[in-house]
Write a protein that binds this ligand. Structure first.
Ligand code: SF4
Length: 76
């Protein structure tokens, strides 16, 4: 799975960073950001899910599969 922090929803409380510091950090703008841009490693998934569940504003959301960065699969 991939997650992103909705910067419009995050209030910078730091809960996610406390729960899963491997995946989240407070950026210079005072808001959380997910340090892992790609797939969340399996050993961090539980921590990330705990952080998602604990976020008071629901700012941590699953990222949709990003079709724009992957070439379309064309039939041979
Ligand atoms: S728990 Fe939610 S509101 Fe708090 S810093 Fe993390 S993403 Fe932002």
């Amino acid at each position: 799975m991939k997650v992103i922090v909705n910067q419009d929803a995050c209030i910078g409380c730091g809960a996610c960073c406390s729960i899963c510091e491997e995946a989240f950090e407070i950026a210079d703008n005072g808001l959380s950001t997910c340090k892992i841009e790609g797939e969340i490693p399996a050993d961090l998934e539980q921590g990330v899910q705990d952080a998602m569940a604990s976020c008071p504003t629901g700012a941590i959301v699953l990222a949709e599969a990003d079709n724009s960065s992957e070439p379309a699969v064309e039939a041979a």
